[in-house]
Write a protein that binds this ligand. Structure first.
Ligand SMILES: Nc1ncnc2c1ncn2[C@@H]1O[C@H](COP(=O)(O)OP(=O)(O)OP(=O)(O)O)[C@@H](O)[C@H]1O
Ligand SMILES: [Mg+2]
Length: 443
């Protein structure tokens, strides 16, 4: 087809009709309208009455139908809507702009700079909803990716394109750890989604945890807790779409999402508003449908890789909470942050005994794997006997293993500790780990 034919076929296929409906009812979060003809996920523009105090139009998404009624979820808090407002169907789902020029920027869920500055020129347009890469064309993961955190690079080595959950209660050091990874990793670019945090926390994360040097190789997408549920969900999808764009350019992308639990909570809000039945702990079935849809999009494809860290809030360190359970089943590894370690001042508070990287043995040298296993066993032995040791009920010489574990414990703890400003290369971490394992506990 030549250029002229191509253009003419485009012109003839353009739909020149605009489809409209009218707002009929607003119930809680949900706007119900008669028309327009549309599909689930389509974006609609609701034109407010000319006398409205704030904006003249708001965006909403089609989330369901009830007989002839279209159910719409707004992207903004709605105050000025009235019955009869015009609803214009756009016939397509949410799209965002993306490109290299976004690096260093903080965006909202719609992909606009949060400081209201203009978007740079020359950006591509992508849909926020995409299918995960085809399982058959997805390359397997063979390469390690350094994150610059000793406990992870040494004991829980992550592969380029691996997806890992970080399970932690509140205030145990998730944001600090994500900041460290963003600054230290050898990945080409970071995309960080901050979902459901308070506004103050977003600022703190960018200024303190990420810092200017971290931000200079990062795109942040932030949807704070005061924003409508739909915006919080879209934040996760927008960040994933941005990461996918860079993966398709052949890059090695680091995607971090804090937190998936808040995305699930936002979906629960929408699910309940649409009339879904609550299932496990009030979470509706659509929550468990959205999680694999979101989390399966990271990983490798034929062009590049998205290595992803997803944080999951575990209240009272209950690892069997439904979201934690669902997420753990989808991902290829989990890192558990432990409050008892944080209370002791052991940061990053990674509990290596409860954490696992399912790919470590496959991507690391046998010598490294053996050393990590040895230290893990010694640490486990110490952990099992710690109470006895602490109350003085254990007598040295009773068990060779426990004696060795007691000797090793301070060395392993020292290895796992890392100042939050320290950037340690993966080679250094592995070298130190192997030296420690072969020293026989007498270093
Ligand atoms: N690597 C570290 N070194 C020293 N202190 C740390 C480290 N990581 C966390 N902390 C301490 O723990 C506090 C909480 O950390 P952080 O904000 O990262 O936790 P969080 O899990 O993100 O919390 P929230 O659940 O509130 O988001 C920090 O203010 C700091 O005092
Ligand atoms: Mg935090």
């Amino acid at each position: 087809m030549n250029k002229a034919e191509e253009l003419s076929s485009k012109i003839t296929s353009v739909n020149t009709f605009k489809k409209y409906g009218r707002v009929a009812r607003v119930v809680g979060l949900m706007i119900e309208s008669k028309g327009p003809e549309s599909s689930i996920g389509d974006l609609c523009i609701i034109h407010l009455s000319p006398t409205s105090r704030s904006e003249s139009k708001i965006l909403a998404e089609v989330v369901g139908f009830r007989e002839e009624i279209v159910m719409l979820m707004p992207f903004t808090n709605v105050t000025d809507i009235s019955s009869g407002c015009l609803v214009e169907g756009t016939g397509k789902p949410l799209e965002v702009k993306v490109g290299m020029n976004l690096i260093g920027k903080v965006l909202d869920s719609m992909g606009n700079p949060i400081d209201n500055s203009a978007l740079p020129k020359g950006l591509a347009t992508v849909r926020t909803e995409q299918s995960p890469p085809n399982v058959l064309t997805r390359p397997t993961i063979n390469e390690k990716l350094a994150v610059g955190v000793k406990a992870i690079d040494g004991m829980l080595t992550v592969g380029s394109g691996q997806r890992v959950g970080i399970f932690a209660g509140s205030g145990v050091g998730k944001s600090t750890l994500l900041g460290m990874i963003a600054r230290n990793t050898t990945a080409d670019i970071n995309v960080i989604a901050l979902i459901g945090e308070r506004g103050r926390e977003v600022r703190e994360f960018i200024d303190r945890d990420l810092g200017p040097e971290g931000l200079s190789r990062t795109i942040v997408v932030a949807a704070t807790s005061d924003q409508p549920a739909l915006m919080r969900i879209k934040g996760a999808f927008t960040a994933t779409a941005i990461a996918e764009y860079f993966r398709n350019k052949g890059m090695n992308v680091m995607l971090m999402m804090d937190s998936v639990t808040r995305v699930a909570m936002a979906q629960r809000e929408i699910g309940l508003a649409v009339g879904e039945p609550p299932a496990t702990r009030g979470y509706t079935p659509s929550v468990f449908a959205i999680l694999p849809k979101l989390l399966e999009r990271s990983g490798t494809n034929e062009f590049g890789a998205i290595t992803a860290f997803y944080t999951v809030l575990v209240d009272g360190d209950d690892m069997n909470e439904p979201i934690a359970d669902a997420v753990r089943g989808i991902l290829d590894g989990h890192i558990v942050l432990d409050r008892t370690l944080a209370n002791k001042g052991q940061y990053p508070a990674i509990n290596v005994l409860k954490s696992v990287s399912r790919l470590m043995n496959h991507i690391s040298d046998p010598e490294h794997v053996k050393a990590a296993e040895k230290l893990r066993e010694l640490y486990y032995t110490y952990d099992k006997s710690e109470d006895l040791i602490n109350i003085g009920a254990y007598k040295r010489g009773t068990s060779k293993e426990i004696d060795q574990a007691i000797e090793y414990e301070p060395l392993i703890t020292k290895f796992l500790k890392q100042g939050y400003k320290d950037n340690i290369s993966m080679e250094e971490s592995i070298e130190e780990l192997i030296a420690l394992a072969s020293a026989g506990g007498h270093t």
